[in-house]
Every structure is written in C-alpha cells, then in structure tokens.
Design a protein around this ligand. Sequence first.
Ligand code: SF4
Length: 416
Amino acid sequence: MNAADSESLARRLLAAGYVEDSLERADVAILNTCVVRQASEDRVYSRLHELKAWKTPERTIAVTGCIVAKEGDELRRRFPQLDAVVPIGEYEDFLAGLEARYDYSQGEALPQAGRTGISHFVRVIQGCDHNCTFCIVPKVRGRERHVPMDDVVRECRRAVREGASEVVLLGQNVDDYSDPSGRGGLARLVREVEKIPGLRRLRFLTSHPQDLEPELLEVMAASSVVCRELQLPVQSGDDTVLKRMARGYQMRHYRAIVKRARALMPDIGLATDVIVGFPGESEAAFLNTRALLEEIEFDVVHLAMYSPRPGTFAASRMEDDVPQDEKLRRLNDLLALQRSIAARKTARWIGRDVEVLIEGRDELNRPYGRIRQGKRAIVLRAGDIAPGRLVTLRVMQATAGQLLGLLNPTKSEAAP
Ligand code: SF4
C-alpha cells in the first residue's frame, strides 16, 4: 500500500513537471512513512533529523503516509522546519502549494507531460466539474478544461517518436473527457491514441463511476494496447454516505460497472479510493464499506481518514462527528483487511505467465516493470533488460504489492 502511495504521488509530481533528482540538487524532499513497526517510525524521526542540515528557506520538506494520522501534531511540534504534513491521498493542496512556492504557473495553458523513462503522461482534462462535498479540487483547479483530441494525439505521437512505450492519459475525472469540437469522448480518444504505431501500452486515470461510458470497457477489452486496469474511486460502500458526499451514484450502479468490467476482462486490475469517518458515517455504514471491500476484492485501495478541508461544503456545513480514535480504528481495520485481500489476490498469479513492460531497476538492482493489469513485477535472476522492453515472466512468488518471477526467454522480445 505504501509503495503504491509513493508511486501515485511520484506520478502526480512528474505529471506536473517535476523531475526526480539527488537530494543535494533537489528543491523538495518528501518522506512517505510507515508506522507498522516502531523501527519504521523511528526511522522517520532520524531521517527528519538528518534533513535539518539540508533544509534552507528555499527548500521544502514534506511528510506523508501513515505517521501523519498517528503523529501529525507531534511532528509539527518537534520539527518546526517541516513545511507540509500531508495526509495519505490528499495531495491536491500540497501540490497547489508547491506550484505557488516554486512559481510553477502556466496560466490557462494546460501543463503537458511528465516523463518517467518509458512512460509519458498526457493531461487531457484540467479541473473538475463535480462537487463532491469533501473535495477541494474544483476550488483549487477550477472548472474542467478539455484538450482538443488532435492535440492529445499529436502529443502522444511525439512521445512515442521520442522513445516512450506507454502513455497515460490524465484527468481528475478522465471519463468526462469530451473533445471541444465534438469529435467524441474518452472511448473515441482511446481508440485514436491506441492506433499510434510503436505504442505498447495505454493507460488512463482517474475514472468516475458516474461518468464511465460502457463503450470504454468494450474498447479496453478489445485492445491489445489499452491496459486492463481501472482506477475507480468508490469513496464509500454506503448509499447514504455517498449521497452526503454528493458522488452522484449509488452502490447498485458501481457494482454493475464492476460486474460488466469483469465479464469482459476477468483479470482486470481494480483500484479504488475510500474515505472512512465521513460526517454521519454510522457503524452500519462503515460495515457496508467493509463488506464492499470483501465482496469486490480490489487490487489496491487508497484509504484515507476524513478530515474537514476548509473551503469545502462538508467542512462548512457538516459536523465532523466521527471521533478521531474511531476514524483511526476504522482505517486500521480496513488497512488490515485490504492487506490480506491483496495478498490473497496476488497469490493467484503464481504459476501464470505475465507480460511486463520493463521500467527500470529497483533498489536491489533487479529489473522491474508492470503487468497490463497494473501490478508491479520484478524479474529475478536476470541480467540487463533495457527499459521499454516487453518480457514474459513466469510468476514464482507474490507479495501484497508485487509479483516476482523468472524470465521466459522464448516468449519475451529479443534484446535490441
Ligand atoms: S470527482 Fe474527484 S476531483 Fe472532482 S470533486 Fe469529486 S473527488 Fe474531487
């Protein structure tokens, strides 16, 4: 879960135009934290002590991850030089703050394209027209602005020409995409982009259950380029909570999408976001969310505890009535549940052959990449494999977060 959160934040930063660099050269240091054991927690404090010497008025230190819920106030007290304490998954304010601080401003122009080696991010919508009562995005990002389809396709072509193997179409609510000159929505855009010669993989995120067109699922199922992965935030498994969140759908509708997606693509990777402790979330409502996680068995669940965000409808008009320790209990309960579900689900891949697009080498110097369903996969006992190469792995082991396997040379692309 922690690794997935790091990846998610890293992708957001790359998409906004930031680049990864050494600590010596960097403007921003972000610690994503884990408190599952005391040793992990102690490591956060020791890293923060080390960063004191690095910190200058121009540099930013941020902490995110599980320690924020547990020790957020204590962190601020002990490390006044800390610039931001960011709850898991609540990155919008933080990113907006960075943009303001480092003057990353492109006015009305839509920022395009971050680069992570073989992956290229292409923003197709900026802003959001929904008004979920907990969310600050419409306020900080404004109304939706859609990039013309021809511009998106041109940008993707350029990226592939320059060596990208994968493009990721980005929007706060990417399903709402509509070409300004009326050429069609996301399904049409995906069909246009997937035709680009040399493109190996195409992803899009984030979807919204209210706006996802059934046709998009058909396009995904029929394509060998579009990844079989859906980021579909549910936020709650309870209709009364969804109504207070103003999400615009009911669970019946959400379940129908998942059912259709799995009928077309039985092994589709499903990721979601869940908020626990939203105003008025009773124990029964929470248990509905818990039951949903058990029923659907998501591959990844980004969990967050509700906290009122100034400027949102919920913060100004709803009582934050679930006590903090109860929110934490619910969060920990779902974290433990999802950890066991994810471990069970990934174990089902053992013995199967999977196609991996190599992205680079991990901290143990092993080639790694992702399978079409979105899971991270590591190649064991392999020599050099160039980023961008498609290989086939026989999965030998699995953890909750990743697959590990041996190369099947007869099914893999030859080295260039
Ligand atoms: S759809 Fe997503 S970005 Fe838009 S208001 Fe709702 S939660 Fe925020």
